[in-house]
Design a protein around this ligand. Structure first.
Ligand SMILES: Cc1cc2nc3c(=O)[nH]c(=O)nc-3n(C[C@H](O)[C@H](O)[C@H](O)COP(=O)(O)OP(=O)(O)OC[C@H]3O[C@@H](n4cnc5c(N)ncnc54)[C@H](O)[C@@H]3O)c2cc1C
Length: 310
């Protein structure tokens, strides 16, 4: 079931009629179902939620949703939106931290243009003191993401970090590669359905790899982000940090907007740094379907919301 539900929801996410239906109802009103995981379709809605999270003592990263663009025009439009987002964030006074995806900036169309697009974002981001995290997409993109990251790092862009997935067999090597650079890693389990050659297929294996990599990153990494809602792994992280005398200012936890809000509040109450990944934008459907795939019980919640709304 672990990989099965991911595959099912990925397949469903490709069905256009479903996308149209979800798009119609998912964000229609303030309590529509997609709003549980997505701040809204506009940057204003994201800024409003960001302020509320900050008031509760949380850090944040804003993600302008979009991925898998097929034309240079779409990639250029996404790039312009990110540049605009930087200005809006600066004007709003919220924390200066964004996340983005390479397929949103056109890596599937032309790699060199994608890197140019990324630079167009990194230059104003650097000027205004932003941190920019590159999300990790499915394993077809791991190499290119690392290569683009390293190219930019060599060009002295240092306001960047990336995400690595414990589900992938290769990740230990990649973690060491990032540690050698001194780059910041966000450790996640991995949201994509992957083939057995590339990834562990059983949840206990993914969790065990996460635990192992968390330890390596806490001991030897540069301000790592431990991004999970898994209570056991969070408790393990806290215990390991205590045992090794690793201060709470040397790492942060990260969670997704709308998921385990109880756990989010309790980590902050305990004095831990917690960053919330806050997605917004019109292209929310694939992100939303990944959240359903992680926890099929969420479908019940969507159906209940739909029945209420109609
Ligand atoms: C800040 C952040 C950034 C991320 N960036 C990336 C990225 O760049 N690339 C990538 O591949 N993945 C990314 N992910 C997603 C990640 O890979 C996992 O798919 C996701 O976090 C679910 O795994 P988990 O670690 O919470 O553990 P799980 O074992 O899946 O879940 C642990 C518990 O968390 C709760 N939970 C988990 N997911 C949900 C959900 N969807 N709805 C409701 N409850 C849920 C449940 O209580 C569950 O029992 C990111 C996750 C976070 C928190």
């Amino acid at each position: 079931m672990y990989g099965g539900s991911k595959a099912l929801f990925f397949a469903l996410s490709r069905i256009r009629a479903l996308k149209r239906l979800a798009s119609k109802y998912g964000m229609a009103s303030p309590d529509s179902f997609a709003r549980r995981f997505i701040a809204g379709e506009t940057v204003e809605e994201a800024i409003r939620d960001a302020r509320l999270l900050q008031e509760r003592g949380m850090l944040l990263t804003l993600d302008y949703l979009g991925e898998s663009v097929r034309t240079m025009d779409e990639a250029a439009a996404a790039t312009r939106e990110y540049v605009r987002l930087i200005d809006v964030i600066v004007a709003s006074g919220i924390e200066r931290n964004i996340s983005l995806k390479l397929t949103q900036l056109g890596v599937d169309v032309d790699r060199a243009t994608c890197v140019d697009n990324l630079r167009r974002i990194l230059i104003p981001a650097g000027k205004h003191g932003f941190f920019v995290r590159m999300d990790m997409e499915n394993s077809r993109y791991t190499d290119v993401t690392l290569e683009v990251f390293e190219t930019l790092w060599q060009q002295e862009y240092r306001n960047i970090g990336l995400a690595l997935q414990s589900a992938l067999r290769r990740t230990e090597q990649d973690v060491l590669r990032m540690i050698a650079l001194g780059a910041r890693v966000r450790l996640v389990k991995g949201a994509y359905k992957e083939p057995p050659a590339a990834a562990f297929q059983k949840k206990p294996e993914v969790d065990e790899a996460f635990r192992r990599l968390m330890r390596v990153l806490l001991e030897r990494g540069t301000y790592p982000a431990i991004a999970t809602h898994d209570e056991v792994l969070i408790a393990d992280t806290r215990a390991f940090a205590r045992e090794r005398n690793i201060g709470r200012d040397r790492f942060e936890f990260q969670m997704l907007y709308g998921i385990r809000r109880d756990l989010q509040a309790s980590l902050v109450a305990d004095g831990h740094r917690l960053r919330i990944y806050l997605p917004f934008g019109q292209q929310w459907f694939p992100y939303f379907m990944r959240r359903l795939g992680e926890r099929p019980a969420n479908v019940g919640f969507v159906l209940r919301a739909l029945v209420r709304e109609r």
